[in-house]
Design a protein around this ligand. Structure first.
Ligand SMILES: NC(=O)c1ccc[n+]([C@@H]2O[C@H](COP(=O)([O-])OP(=O)(O)OC[C@H]3O[C@@H](n4cnc5c(N)ncnc54)[C@H](OP(=O)(O)O)[C@@H]3O)[C@@H](O)[C@H]2O)c1
Length: 359
């Protein structure tokens, strides 16, 4: 297959860097353009992520490859989208609102931003969960007169929750969901990010707009698409989102009231069986297991479990009956927020869209 030309927008930020880490040596894609704000424009990429004190602000565990380090960073506002086959965007919502529709006139956009997530004709994809919502792509193109399209991935906290609810929803039905998250620092991005003085020795019990995003997005992702419209899943989701002093990966304590009673063993089996058909397609970024169930009562832990299968597997443990809810089940999950929850999840979506002929 001839490689598709791709641009990464917001390439200097936390999620943008993760896109570059996932794109190094990628079999489907070659990076031909990088862009960020006018602050970085005109610099070589290596220079753009080296601050005025000389500190090299590359946050990924994977090394930055020379091929990307020497690319010129363009001003995202002036990028000619028609020169590439696909655009990955990793900018804040306000910038995305302006940039993404401009790019989508000619070119598909896979986005980590929330700007378009709540529009009726825009799917929020999680690999293996709701890729059948791709039928909305032609609807979106027709509605907006675009040759391209915009497909966002969810908020990084939604990803692990919706991924683990999907097998329960399909097998047993869901009546209601309660969730408390313990979220990593990297989820707040590089600028302004979280201040060390605020988070060391501490837990911050509020992340602006996060709880609303988790509640709305989960219902949309697990919603049913018919006649070009997604009917959101009807069960209520109640979330409390907190920030904890962990670098990467969100931990979530989840309580689910099922429609149909299920034993702990049946629930674990539903998690284990989930996503096998999707994984069998062997897309380059896909893990062999979308959900891994651990029996160790002290797991999952962010430090020990976040990197399972390159950060693409959601780890679930402490699966127990919950006696406060009707047909209650509770569990703890760990999901890598910048891998499956952002750039690498977006990469897997893009691989699927190439396979389906959308890109
Ligand atoms: N971090 C995560 O775990 C995560 C997970 C899921 C989704 N997301 C989403 O991904 C997006 C990026 O988040 P992040 O954490 O990577 O943020 P970040 O580290 O603060 O990076 C922001 C990026 O956007 C660029 N930028 C800022 N203003 C711009 C403008 N007006 N035009 C073009 N580029 C502009 C910045 O470029 P300069 O360097 O030139 O300023 C930088 O490359 C957000 O929408 C966030 O919600 C993040």
């Amino acid at each position: 297959m001839k490689k598709k030309k791709v641009a990464v927008i917001g390439a200097t930020g936390v999620a943008g860097q993760q896109f570059l880490a996932s794109l190094a040596g990628h079999p489907f894609f070659e990076v031909t353009a990088l862009a960020a704000s006018e602050r970085s424009a005109g610099k070589l990429y290596r220079q753009a992520i080296t601050d005025h004190s000389g500190a090299f602000r590359w946050y990924c565990q994977e090394p930055l490859i020379e091929e990307f380090a020497k690319l010129n960073v363009q001003d995202a506002a002036h990028l000619d989208a028609s020169t590439v086959d696909l655009i990955f965007t990793a900018v804040e919502s306000d910038a995305a609102k302006d940039l993404e529709p401009r790019y989508a006139k000619t070119t598909p956009v896979v986005s980590t931003a929330s700007a378009f997530r709540y529009e009726k004709d825009v799917p929020i994809f999680i690999p293996g969960v709701n890729l059948d919502h791709d039928q909305l792509i032609p609807v979106q193109q027709k509605n907006r007169g675009w040759k391209g399209f915009v497909t966002p991935v969810p908020n990084c906290t939604t990803t692990g929750l919706a991924m683990t609810l999907k097998p329960l929803y399909d097998a047993f039905g869901v009546q209601q969901v309660l969730m408390t998250s313990m979220q990593a620092l990297s989820g707040a991005g590089r600028s302004p990010g979280v201040i060390g003085m605020d988070i060391m020795d501490n837990v911050v019990p509020y992340i602006p707009k996060e709880e609303e995003k988790v509640e709305t997005e989960t219902q949309k992702i697990l919603g049913h698409l018919s006649d070009g419209v997604i009917e959101p899943a009807l069960f209520p989701v109640s979330a409390t989102c907190t920030r904890v002093p962990v670098m990467e990966a969100h931990t979530e304590a989840v309580y689910v009231s099922l429609k149909k009673k299920a034993s702990v063993e049946e629930v674990k089996q539903a998690f284990r069986d989930f996503g096998r058909e999707f994984a069998a397609q062997k897309f380059p970024s896909c893990p062999s297991e979308l959900i891994h169930v651990t029996e160790d009562p002290y797991r999952p832990q962010p430090r020990l479990d976040r990197d399972r299968e390159g950060g693409m597997t959601t780890s679930v443990g402490r699966v127990r009956a919950d006696h406060a809810l009707s047909n209650g089940i509770k569990y703890v999950l760990v999901s890598h927020n910048t891998k499956m929850g952002a750039a690498k999840g977006g990469m897997l979506v893009a691989e699927y869209l190439v396979h389906q002929g959308y890109i």
